[in-house]
Ligand binder design. Structure first.
Ligand code: URA
Length: 192
């Protein structure tokens, strides 16, 4: 079986197994999308309205912005893997609750250990603070973070502001675009 098929089976298993209560009100789960051989995995927050309808992460306005930034470093969605810490849409796009993250975290761990990326990139504070509870995104964005975390396949992390938060905030948008452009150098550094 190919790695893509194995990943499909992994996700199908979690469609059944995930205990998240949002399952009852969401249209469908939104599993990760992209290249299962990727050395980079991006982790967002939770699906929004468009993602809930289409079953694919980052397909709304924030996703379009993300695609532009990927293009600026010569990457396409198909080159990387992108997922969310919570796999179901919270009602009215509210922030995911701590228990929703806990309920979906087994799924994320399994995805990460299946793909085995060299670099994990957090899109926003929700995924970042789950793994780095003492850090603030305004302090660590755009910096390579190195930490051994049990049961994760890499010790290299990079945090970015969330594209949806930065979309209509001029200063944050410029910072996110500049941080994004550091990614190739970060990859070079950790794969040397
Ligand atoms: N924001 C996220 O964090 N994830 C998505 O999939 C879409 C918007």
């Amino acid at each position: 079986m190919s790695k893509a098929e194995d990943l499909k089976n992994l996700n199908n298993k979690w469609f059944e197994k995930c205990p998240c209560k949002l399952k009852k009100i969401a249209t469908q789960p939104v599993p990760g999308y992209g290249n299962p051989q990727s050395k980079i995995v991006f982790i967002g927050e939770a699906p929004g309205k468009q993602e809930d309808l289409l079953g694919k992460p980052f397909v709304g306005a924030a996703g379009k912005f993300l695609d532009e930034m990927l293009e600026s470093i010569k990457l396409k969605r198909e080159d990387i893997y992108i997922t969310n810490i919570v796999k179901y849409r919270p009602p009215n796009n509210r922030d995911p609750l701590p228990e929703e993250k806990v309920d979906c975290i087994g799924w994320l761990y399994e995805e990460l250990n299946f793909i085995k990326p060299k670099l994990i990139i957090f899109l926003g504070r929700h995924s970042m603070t789950y793994f780095f509870p003492n850090e603030s995104i305004s302090q660590v964005h755009g910096k390579l973070l190195i930490k051994k975390i049990p049961n994760l396949p890499t010790k290299y992390f990079f945090a970015l502001y969330h594209p949806a938060a930065a979309l209509y905030n001029g200063g944050m948008r410029e910072t996110l675009i500049a941080d994004f452009k550091k990614i190739p150098k970060v990859i070079e550094k950790i794969t040397k």
